[in-house]
Write a protein that binds this ligand. Structure first.
Ligand code: PGA
Length: 258
């Protein structure tokens, strides 16, 4: 299987941005501008509050909808949490899990990532699982060790069938929101390592079929070089996904790069 058989994806992670009204305005424009079938999958991940309104606009559109997190229980006394069933009913098909901001500010661990990923699959949501090292970890030569631990813990007790349903996002923490993008070579080195680790545990076929996105200061002018690498199957975009023209330029450049 060559890497061309993996359909690339550009996913926008809006984080804590956009009210319902702003989200509606954004996706209305996006839908109009992306009315033709695209050679890359396009997904937007608004805050919870905007999900169902955005879902309504995106019906009969190729643009996918994702949430930014979920809780692993389906219901109960867990104030402030949202479950996979709720997200699915709101219209989401994807969910970001274990973003470094969740790990850093909300104490998420490889164990909670494991539970959330299982729960997402149970609700028929496609998890976009984020992994990546901090600057300190990279500088002390621990990148591969950290990635290996995140994979081992995050996907402990997963079957091949479950792994096949995932999307992975490699997001070096030092590149997120900093304007400091990883070089295509730095990113490719880790993407290839992730694929190799997954091949060891879940078989080559599983690993070769898996989409691995890069995230961290992706912009219209750096996406093509990143996408030229064999194991980079698209991007999870934060800041540059908030402005429609910039996001559309990334989608356009990504389509041309394949
Ligand atoms: P950034 O964020 O593109 O603003 O660096 C990426 C992410 O956090 O997913």
């Amino acid at each position: 299987m060559s890497f061309h058989t993996r359909k690339p994806m550009i996913a926008g992670n809006w984080k804590l941005n956009k009210t319902i009204r702003e989200a509606i305005e954004f996706v209305t424009l996006l839908k109009r501008r992306l009315s033709d079938p695209q050679s890359v999958d396009v997904v937007v991940c608004p805050p919870y509050t905007a999900l169902s309104d955005v879902a309504e606009i995106l019906t009969e559109s190729e643009i996918g909808l994702g949430a930014q997190d979920l809780y692993w229980e389906e219901k109960g006394a867990f104030t402030g949490e949202v479950s996979g069933v709720m997200l699915k009913e709101a219209g989401a098909d994807f969910v970001i899990i274990g973003h470094s901001e969740r790990r850093q500010f909300f104490h998420e661990t490889n164990d909670t990532v494991n539970k959330k990923t299982k729960a997402a699959l149970k609700s028929n949501l496609t998890p976009i699982v984020c992994i990546g090292e901090t600057l300190g970890e990279r500088e002390s030569g621990k990148t591969f060790q950290v990635i290996e631990t995140q994979i081992k813990g995050g996907f402990l007790n997963f079957s091949r069938e479950e792994i096949k349903k995932l999307i992975i996002a490699y997001e070096p923490v030092w590149a997120i929101g900093t304007g400091k993008v990883a070089t295509p070579q730095q990113a490719e080195e880790v993407h290839a390592f992730i694929r190799k680790e997954l091949a060891k545990d879940f078989g080559e076929e599983t690993a070769l079929g898996l989409r691995i996105l890069y995230g961290g200061s992706v912009k219209p002018d750096n996406i093509s070089n990143l996408m030229a690498e064999a194991d980079i199957d698209g991007a999870l975009v934060g800041g540059a996904s908030l402005e429609a023209n910039t996001f559309l330029d990334i989608v356009k450049s990504a389509s041309m790069a394949i």
